[in-house]
Design a protein around this ligand. Structure first.
Ligand SMILES: [Zn+2]
Length: 367
């Protein structure tokens, strides 16, 4: 759901100004930060796939952390089977999948390139002892994302308001960014203390929970189009912070982002940790005690369909339109979200966010 997808901006955004920057500094109206031209990053855009009515075959890997409950092979197959049906239903696309291979998360993370790790390390905010400076950067990160929804301020504010842990009125995005960061940090604390079935902390000293690394792994030789993982991805960072991940306390249930080796120059991951585990926080965010086998595979398929809307069609988020699989799941209420979907009421091109190519998927060409 989170992603390195940027809407084709209606408000001035950083990318539009890059080419105009000659010497000195340029003020970015959206973020009010100063950018030095010497350090201008080389952002490029992934091309919108030309699908030309063909059947699309996507390669799949199951990335497993043995510390956590895992999907069975049957469940995996069922998720892919249901996703084929849902992508037809919601997008009119014919999609099938290769038989999933299974890779330990430790091995999967070897795809991370050293230079990218070095560049991105500074974007991670460590849970314990978040400084005021880091909070400020986080607020800026959220505010920048919010700026992409400038024309839908009220809709986005209404979407977030019921789930915020600090009061928020109106549709002022600066205030909303503050409330989102506070909510994220409060909910994120939970994972510091929560233990997995092996008695050790769910989030330990390993890097696997950090969204930044899942967003960066495609710069290496990672060959897959789709990743399904039982690893929890819950973290705080200073860029691309989304509204829906913030209200969940930094849980990012899925992402579509750049991948050099994947056939459409992007890959999608979904994580099923929130469906397979039943800790207090998850029960609260889901509004369900636990899911049946049928629910797990159905909701995971809906989540993957959402990501494939980003991957194959570069669709956006029609916040507030509950018929759309592209509207992000509020908190982790998969049941309510799924039951509200109606593809016939959310056709492609029926609104701006459902228009192929509405978002741009950016990557650093110099990495
Ligand atoms: Zn999304």
């Amino acid at each position: 759901m989170n992603s390195h997808l940027q809407l084709i901006p209606r408000q001035p955004a950083a990318g539009q100004f890059m080419g105009m920057c000659l010497k000195g500094f340029v003020i970015l109206l959206t973020s009010l930060v100063l950018l030095s031209c010497d350090k201008e990053p080389e952002w490029k855009k992934v091309t919108l796939p030309d699908l030309s009515n063909r059947t699309i075959t996507l390669s799949v890997v199951s990335v497993v952390n043995p510390r956590f409950p895992e999907l069975t092979d049957t469940q995996l197959q069922e998720i892919l089977h249901k996703t084929t049906a849902m992508t037809k239903q919601h997008f009119g696309l014919s999609v099938n999948f290769t038989k999933p291979t299974s890779v330990p998360v430790k091995t999967f993370f070897n795809y991370l390139k050293d230079n990218v790790k070095k560049q991105r390390h500074k974007d991670i905010v460590k849970f314990a002892g978040v400084s005021e400076e880091e909070k400020r950067k986080m607020r800026e990160g959220v505010y920048k994302t919010l700026g992409l929804y400038w024309n839908d301020r009220e809709v986005v504010a209404d979407y977030a308001r019921p789930y915020l842990l600090t009061p928020y009125e109106g549709d002022d995005f600066k205030q909303l960014a503050k409330a989102l960061v506070e909510t994220l940090l409060i909910r994120l604390q939970y994972w510091q203390h929560q233990k997995a079935e092996d008695g050790k902390p769910v989030i330990d000293d390993k890097p696997y929970n950090e969204w930044v690394w899942w967003d960066s792994i495609g710069y290496g030789d990672m060959p897959y189009d789709v990743v399904i993982t039982n690893q929890i991805v819950a973290s705080a960072e200073v860029y691309d912070m989304s509204v829906h991940s913030s209200i969940r306390g930094g849980i990012t249930a899925g992402t579509t982002t750049y991948s050099e080796q994947s056939q459409f120059n992007a890959y999608a991951y979904i994580m099923v940790y929130p469906m397979l585990n039943n800790s207090d926080m998850l029960v609260q965010l889901r509004n369900d005690e636990q899911y049946t086998d049928e629910q797990i595979t159905t909701y995971a398929a809906a989540l993957l369909t959402h990501e494939l809307g980003h991957l194959l069609l570069h669709l956006g988020h029609p916040f507030g339109n509950q018929n759309c699989v592209m509207s992000p799941t509020p908190l982790l209420k998969y049941r309510e979200w799924y039951e509200g979907l109606d593809a016939s009421q959310c056709l492609l091109n029926s609104e701006e966010m459902m228009t192929p190519g509405v978002t741009r998927l950016d990557y650093r060409a110099d990495w």
